[in-house]
Design a protein around this ligand. Sequence first.
Ligand SMILES: Cc1cc2nc3c(=O)[nH]c(=O)nc-3n(C[C@H](O)[C@H](O)[C@H](O)COP(=O)(O)O)c2cc1C
Length: 353
Amino acid sequence: MDNVVCLDDLEPLARAKLSQMAYDYLAGGAEDEWTLRENRAAFQRIQLLPRVLVNVTKRNLATTVLGTPVSLPVLVAPMAFHGLYHAEGELATARGAASAGTLLVASTASNVTLEQIAAEVDAPKWFQLYVYRDRERTRDLVQRAAAAGYRALCVTVDTPLVGRRERDVRNRFHLPDGLTFANFADAVPEHSSGSALNAYVASLWEPSFSWGDLAWLRSLSPLPLVLKGVLHPEDAGLAVEHGVAGLIVSNHGGRQLDTVPAPITILPRIAEVVDGRAELLLDGGVRRGTDVLKALALGARAVLVGRPVLWGLAVGGAEGVRATLELLRAELALALALAGVTDVHAVPRSLIF
Ligand SMILES: Cc1cc2nc3c(=O)[nH]c(=O)nc-3n(C[C@H](O)[C@H](O)[C@H](O)COP(=O)(O)O)c2cc1C
């Protein structure tokens, strides 16, 4: 890891360790991957206009998300199947995130159980929920997450079906022997004509889940609800009316509907609608401290980072995850200083040119 200077340095190192199928599942997006590229391009189009002659000797990076303290405004996005990237899978990611003082959002689709992740480190975590057609199964999952001490329920709302990720179709993506959806007994079906993940999701997830079902979901546990995958400002308004505690402005890292805008582009409009009534988070294409700064300036309380964490996991296990987050921390601390800002809670909109 000594020659890793920025997050993008990790990707080729990770790639060299992975099968084509595992690498493509991580790297890919839906269809033409326009949104995948746009997530990066959108951050790069935004220019910062810094202030000078500010005493930046001390900067505060610590904040809270839904009341939980984090040492930097960067969380680990929920991602499926960490076992594809490291033998210790989600357990290593959990240790890495905890050692960097931030939250892991554990995916429904983990290769170890949510209880094992919770037991691995005594640090706050959130649980990401995919809603299953079988209501008892969904209820059970939510109640298990609450019992295991997860602090929030992050429901992914952009995935009634899985987007068409053509790399996975071509590779006939499937879980290698020994890896399962550990939270359940079902196996991912062997599927010879395309991605086995699509077949699993189409057979088990609930594509009819809609606004009217949120009250039921909330009744299952006392956990605050976060909706992940909101892009339309009108949906942000509806989410607030339905009493959600937080929103993650996200296009699932370009893996769902292709040709949608980058979250950072739509964030200002969503911030205007939400107007402080729910906490706003963002993910998609965050690779630099300056990206985090831009998101904060445009109304996010914190961001989540996805793929780079799995690059770090593949390269160095828990230590690699920690190192990935520490690189972002160092870049953000420097960006704050160079922009003349001393606190992540006070990043002015006027920093955006
Ligand atoms: C390999 C992989 C698996 C993912 N699995 C999930 C998942 O299980 N649940 C979910 O809500 N989002 C999932 N996502 C989306 C991430 O939570 C996040 O929205 C996205 O990766 C952020 O973009 P970035 O990778 O550019 O940082 C996954 C993303 C990747 C790359």
